[in-house]
Design a protein around this ligand. Structure first.
Ligand SMILES: *Cc1c(COP(=O)(O)O)cnc(C)c1O
Length: 400
């Protein structure tokens, strides 16, 4: 492991000023148990070997890197490469940490995984892990999201999960988090909360980063073999920030520029976007210190983006730290250029990307001309099957 990864976060879960664990008292012993279990297992050759076996024989790793030749020619300037997490089992990077969380639960003697889901992607990945390990699975989901994301609800049920509808408030992700957390507090003796990104109280931001670092470790080797040397720029979309941290982890000690791409939605006005790193302020959300988008009353602000997986008014604490120390730059892509990128990579490369991932592609297509002779590697975090109905019903088949 690299020097940076070994030394960050500190033992209290702080990445500089960000992170930590602000827990309700009944959860403190349970988080102490998780921290102790992870400290031991992350050094256990048997645990790591089991994880390697799962990565290869169940998930289908390593996923390849593809040279996006036609897109690069169109953009003019840098060559663009994509790490193909869309080819990971279940179609996105999320299974990388869900399988590891399932394995951790199994080793801790837990019998159940609990989580919330927004668009249903995390719910499907966690339900997959639960099925594999023979664990029960309880997924909390807002009633609005259940109606919107019917195929993912069906998937979760087929995988044997119980989907708990949440009818409070706006009936979306925030209420689902509250509901799932409440249920977890009551069951923490035999259940593990399967957090869906590099967010939440310590040790989750660190654990999820470590579990996702397989993306960066593979990429570093594959890129050297395929192209020679290291990429000049590595970029990924940022919602909570797990696919970005996974890819960045492979290059964090190298002389490689790292860029996080946030969703600018329809404009830079508060409420129109979900660009927390770009427009947020220091604050606390869901039990940790980070940057947050707040409304005038100091509450988490409403967020908006075409990609529901990026729809979060907070961000992983490590991103706030890496921005503050100047190691990672955060930029944005809006809905319109993201849709354009979605159509172009589909038509020119034969890859239909998730709308989340299309933000990173949009940024690379815009930025390529400023870096002639250089190589840009982006994380294609997931496939777009989940988005095709929405995109074609609202925007057709992309005229150009
Ligand atoms: C959930 C999701 C994201 C956003 O989550 P991060 O934790 O920021 O990576 C990005 N891409 C896809 C395909 C997703 O499903």
């Amino acid at each position: 492991m690299s020097d940076y990864l070994k030394s960050t976060p500190n033992s209290d879960g702080f990445f500089g000023d960000y992170g930590g664990a602000m827990l309700p008292p009944p959860l403190e012993p349970h988080f102490a148990e998780i921290r102790a279990a992870y400290a031991e297992l992350s050094k256990s050759p048997a645990f790591l070997e089991e994880l390697r076996h799962i990565r290869k024989h169940f998930q289908g790793r390593p996923t390849p890197i593809s040279h996006l030749k036609n897109l690069s020619a169109m953009a003019g300037g840098a060559q663009i490469y994509a790490k193909r997490e869309d080819l990971n089992h279940t179609g996105a990077h999320k299974l990388n940490h869900c399988m590891a969380e399932g394995l951790l639960a199994k080793h801790m003697g837990k019998t159940k995984l609990i989580a919330e889901t927004g668009a249903g992607q995390h719910g499907v990945a966690l339900a997959t892990a639960a099925a594999y390990f023979g664990l029960e699975c309880e997924i909390h989901m807002g009633e609005v999201d259940i109606a919107k994301e019917a195929p993912n609800v069906t998937r979760m049920k087929l995988l044997g999960a119980t989907v708990v509808p949440v009818g409070e408030g706006a009936k979306t992700l925030k209420e689902a988090v509250d509901s799932a957390f409440g249920s977890y507090i009551a069951q923490a003796g035999h259940a593990l909360f399967g957090i869906g990104s590099v967010v939440g109280p310590h040790p989750f931001p660190m654990m999820v980063r470590d579990f996702q670092s397989i993306v960066g470790i593979e990429s570093r080797e594959q890129f050297a073999e395929m192209v020679g040397g290291l990429p000049d720029i590595v970029a990924a979309c940022v919602g909570g920030g797990s696919n970005a941290m996974g890819l960045f982890a492979g290059f964090i000690d190298d002389d490689v520029a790292l860029v996080g791409v946030e969703p600018l939605g329809t404009s830079s006005k508060l409420g129109d976007h979900a660009a927390t790193m770009t427009y947020g302020v220091d604050g606390a959300i869901h039990g940790f210190q980070t940057k947050v988008l707040l409304d005038e009353g100091g509450e988490p602000a409403p967020v908006n983006t075409i990609a529901s997986g990026l729809d979060y008014p907070g961000v992983g604490p490590e991103h706030a730290h890496l921005q503050k120390i100047g190691r990672v730059k955060y930029e944005t892509a809006d809905d319109a250029e993201t849709l354009h990128a979605f159509y172009e990579i589909s038509r020119k490369e034969g890859i239909i990307p998730a709308l989340e991932s299309a933000h990173a592609i949009a940024w690379a297509m815009r930025e390529a001309k400023n870096h002639p002779g250089k190589n840009i590697l982006i994380n294609l975090s997931g496939r777009g099957d989940k988005d095709i109905d929405f995109v074609t019903e609202t925007h057709g088949f992309g005229g150009s």
